[in-house]
Design a protein around this ligand. Sequence first.
Ligand SMILES: Nc1ncnc2c1ncn2[C@@H]1O[C@H](COP(=O)(O)OP(=O)(O)OP(=O)(O)O)[C@@H](O)[C@H]1O
Length: 932
Amino acid sequence: MNSMSSVLKKYFGFSDFRPYQREVIEEIIEKRDCLVVMATGSGKSLCYQVPPLVVNKTGIVVSPLISLMQDQVMTLKQRGIRAEYLGSAQKDSTVHSKAERGQFDILFMTPEKACSVSTSFWSNLLKAGISLFAVDEAHCISEWGHDFRVEYKHLDNLREVLVDVPFVGLTATATEKVRFDIISSLKMNNPYVMVGSFDRPNLFYGVKLLNRGQPFIDELVREISKEVASGGSTIIYCTTIKDVEQIFKSFSEAGIEAGMYHGQMNGTAREESHRLFVRDELQVMVATVAFGMGIDKPNIRQVIHYGCPKSLESYYQESGRCGRDGIASVCWLYYTRNDFAKGDFYCGDLKSENQRKAVMESLLAAERYCVQTTCRRKFLLEYFGERFSADRCGNCDNCKVTKKERDMSKEAFLLMACIHSCRGKWGLNMPIDVLRGSRARKILEAQFDKLPLHGLGKSYPANWWKALGHQLIFQGYLKETVSDVYRTLSVGSKGEQFLASSRPDYQPPLVLPLTAEMHGEEDNGNTQEFKNLSTSESESFSEAERHLYQLLLEERLKLARSVGTAPYALCGDQTIRKIALARPSTKARLANIDGVNQHLVTKYGDHFLQVIQKLSRELNLSLDGESSLQTNEVRKVSSIANKTKLTSVKLTSAKLTSTKLTSSRLTPAKLEAWKMWHEDGRSIQEIANFPGRSAPIKEQTVADYLLEAAQEGLAFDWVRFSEMIGLTVEIISEIEGAILKVGSTDKLKPIKNELPEEISYLHIKTYLSMRNCGISFETVQSEIHQTEEDDERAHNASNSSDPTLETCHVESHCENDMSAKCSTEYCYLEINEVPTLPVNGSEVHELPLAGEGEFLNKRQKVSETRGEANSTKLKATESSVVEWLKNLNEGATLSDALEHFNGSSEDSVVELLNCLECDFSIYRKGNMYRVM
Ligand SMILES: Nc1ncnc2c1ncn2[C@@H]1O[C@H](COP(=O)(O)OP(=O)(O)OP(=O)(O)O)[C@@H](O)[C@H]1O
């Protein structure tokens, strides 16, 4: 059994479960039936995706649509999860037999398929092991749900077949009635019911009265094109196919490629539209609600409704497709009064009175949502039975725009008195017509023209009165009742009280907000309230970072195209945002970013790192920005005074030197090593054995420090370094050949194996570091030749002028002369500090400094005196660290590791941990390292 947390990091890249996920997963693993009712985008899928990977048994997931299953399979495969689906569209004939042998972690099926596969399939799979039977979109099982599907009803037959398998129902919308229906229809036994919040805090809700017509559509197209330019996706839901076609045409005429999706298109055209949108090839989709449940795309930035949907449940679901990745997104609903007169139409085919009533009530709720003047979120949540304690959410149009108010007691008195006089048998239209003095036949027949109120409300248009009527309903002064498909109005108790304390010449004050209709603002159908979508969430970005983010999105798109998948399947926009902020320079740092999973690192890590490096350089952004500091947060904080952020890495052609002078990110040990090398001119050996150090460090470690400093953009003399390690143009071309052959720079060992003995790991690392810094070795080489010639001239000159000058100077690269007469006391190493360093697991790299033989002799001597003292100290190696962590359930901090592996230096322990993290052998949660 794998641990839940390691599965979460390895396959999904996340370090923490969201609220409720852990509890549900634990219950499922304990084989308890579960009902999970959580908002769209809250992470329900993880509840059925994690258990199969923890217990290593197939999880069956029933899903209503093939397209949805295909998208889910595509995404899971990109996470390294063995997922497949069984259904009519499955072309691979081997899937069935593999599935029954338990070769998939997650197997999707339509409800029809689940009910029609043979019993032998189930019994074989049961033998292999089934971890759960999940029913996604479980509200489809209930006639009370807005998406009832009769085939879901037969799933209960599997209860007898799948003995001892937990049944899990998941849905984003379920009233009490629907919940009860799901539990009883699936014959759940003492289920664990988890009802989460329906709130989607990252969504902005706005509503506006719409003036249908081309000017509105043109404005809409203009506004949406802005969002398209910044890479965001939009769905425009229309209530009719005619509207879809009209808006689609307007996009085409504006030169914006949009997709279209409605029920009259043939299957292939719809699939193509869906595919292009999901894969970010199209940024806009104009659709009817037929484009529905099957959308698993997390990065939709806005959902626009052109016309009010038939119910608040539908609106919540459709708008909920927005911002499932948690990034701020926008939902605008544009309605016309006619939208609410479609009750008859929606109820057309419904036989049962109950169903008609349910439809009418839902439509009524949608209308109230549109016309109300208080917090939309509060209204939505309370409609679904959730208490929202605040009065204002601050993220809807009503909360953001303060509406003007005025005393409307006189008008309210007129309307309520008229409704009262019409004896509560009518909707809102009749009393309004009476007030406006209509002499229509029905008014004359009912003799309402004789009422003293007849004609007293002429000064306001009908829509004004309607707006007031809705406000009074909303405030509880009027009561609306639905009977079959008819709605009638009466004065509620609050209204009765108001009337009782009023006279024709006096009414108690009744202050109400002025709505758009009352302002007379509704007539231009303007869209000025469209929000600039990309602002709020990107506030943390600098201009350059925002640019990098856009470019990384493009890179992800290219990469996804090349492997035939959707960009979000590689990683979410949220993860790309974190990458743009962190700008990791190593795989370990990339792996540590929330949302980055093992598959991404191993398969695309190199590509991402190269792109990040290249783009960061172009945009003058330092690598390992703020966010990645979490990688180092457990290290000691540098006390260096100058913590200037890196802004550029430039190469001066003459000196081949990176120009930065300091870095805020290097540990003090690394910075110190770099200063000794760069500022004091000390050699690697001198630095490794500097007497001020409590214990010598490995030469290899010093070399690594220096290369890291170079990659950090600190001033770095590549010529000197190359000379010091004996890097020649021949060696470089051998390394390049080896890399080509291996096809990856993920691991150094395969590259090393392709090379002659004398080419060392340090040569390879140096070459790669130069490449990372954008340094061409040819230029270095020509500098070396130049230096050699200069040296030779100097040597000749010195031979002739001063034959006694023979010891090497610290300042003049003593390592170049080690085989000769280096007399500095720093050139000693201990035996247990033989320059070896485990990189990428168990690889042991040797430092190939010129004159190494002599050094080894010296080391040998020193070791004879020091070896014993160090023998009890524990050294960190890949296996020792993993073994140690295996026994620590809660994991260990870096300090624990340093204390435990006291035979290794801090930096080698850190480096080793980074390597293990990058290989996903261990992972980090907060500051605790744990084994996968
Ligand atoms: N623990 C987590 N940490 C961070 N992100 C998460 C976590 N769990 C899920 N997510 C992300 O949240 C988003 C929505 O998740 P998911 O698709 O599972 O939601 P859902 O509740 O199933 O939505 P829907 O009802 O639309 O199917 C995805 O981008 C997913 O990667």
